[in-house]
Ligand binder design. Structure first.
Ligand SMILES: *Cc1c(COP(=O)(O)O)cnc(C)c1O
Length: 338
């Protein structure tokens, strides 16, 4: 199958499967798993933080960050389009008693500091207390500029807020900017990184932060049922994702650009090429197109996409350029007859 639905669909490579089979393990809730311990120590140093915690998912890592930064009755500022507001089941409110304060994202994915400033609550019993600004990079496949991150840091210092990055795809951002990931992570008090997307691990995310913050997160992870036992089997694959699969993300970005250019040659499809910055392509479809029917027929031809308008397509390590040619040929033909 050629699967363009998401970069979460990658399958672990042979080296990961070998590492999983051979991993040294112990009970991680007791702190006894050497492979998890090594990963957390390595990842903290690698990203410029004092501590790290290995989590079952990006949703869990983000929720732990919110629950560690905020207390009951606090609030966090975020984008309307933020994953940890819109796509995580309202977890911060449901499980953390933390109020989200979403702000409309600007077209480039940033949040306006004027709008953020206006949303900060004064110290007054009427209001939830504003504690944290949460950004996302990449967001909708777009990269936040480094200069913006520096401004966000200044903004948070001025207003005594903590700053979190949902860095599920932060390595895509680093590769697109051609900088080391540390150039991005340096501005944040905490950062989550998803290992099970374009980096190709089967399971897992990291949360990075200060020793104190990660200790709080570790307690909440247990409370949320996220304390895993012989998790070294997962950490072994995770380490490979961070050491072997970062450099090649550039191929996913090139493939996404190529995909966008090819889509633009089909009538009734339009992609704004300047918005294809990493591995995600949004294509606007002619309203008369029966995208549900086309999606079903593509599936019968071995190609998986998500029906939608705009149509969101994602490249990843299990997609090569010739897969895109196959998709384009099939898609073009189906549009002609529909
Ligand atoms: C996928 C994603 C997450 C959550 O990751 P899961 O591992 O699927 O829970 C968080 N933030 C962003 C921006 C994501 O794309």
């Amino acid at each position: 199958m050629i699967d363009l639905r998401s970069d979460t669909v990658t399958r672990p490579c042979e080296a990961m499967r070998q590492a999983i089979a051979q991993a040294q393990v112990g009970d991680d809730v007791y702190g006894d798993d050497p492979t998890v311990n090594e990963l957390e120590k390595w990842a903290a140093e690698r990203h410029g933080f004092a501590a790290a915690i290995f989590c079952s998912s990006g949703t869990q890592a983000n929720l732990l960050a919110l629950m560690a930064h905020c207390e009951r009755g606090d609030e966090y500022l975020c984008g309307q389009q933020a994953h940890n507001y819109k796509f995580e089941g309202g977890g911060a409110a449901v499980l953390g008693s933390i109020q989200p304060q979403p702000i409309e994202n600007e077209p480039d994915g940033t949040l306006s500091f004027d709008k953020l400033r206006a949303a900060i609550k004064p110290l007054d019993p009427h209001f939830a207390q504003t504690k944290l600004l949460s950004l996302e990079n990449t967001i909708g496949g777009k990269v936040l500029p480094l200069a913006y991150l520096a401004q966000a840091k200044d903004f948070c210092v001025t207003h005594q807020l903590q700053l979190h990055l949902d860095g599920a795809r932060v390595y895509n951002a680093a590769v697109a900017l051609n900088v080391d990931v540390i150039e991005i992570s340096q501005y944040f008090d905490s950062m989550s990184v998803c290992l099970s997307k374009g980096l190709g691990a089967p399971i897992g995310s990291l949360l990075l932060g200060s020793t104190e913050l990660i200790a709080k997160a570790r307690r909440w992870r247990k409370v949320l049922g996220g304390g895993m036992r012989q998790a070294g089997m997962l950490a072994a694959a995770a380490k490979i994702s961070l050491t072997k699969n970062v450099g090649r993300l550039i191929e996913d970005h090139q493939n996404a650009k190529y995909l966008a250019e090819q889509l633009n040659k089909i009538s009734g499809i339009e992609v704004n090429l300047s918005e294809v910055e990493t591995n995600i392509v949004y294509a606007a479809l002619d309203e008369n197109l029966n995208i549900k029917g086309i999606t079903q027929q593509l599936k019968e031809n071995g190609v998986l996409i998500t029906a939608g308008n705009p149509m969101r397509l994602v490249t990843h390590l299990d997609i090569i350029k010739s897969d895109i040619d196959i998709f384009i040929q099939n898609f073009g033909n189906l549009i002609k007859v529909s």
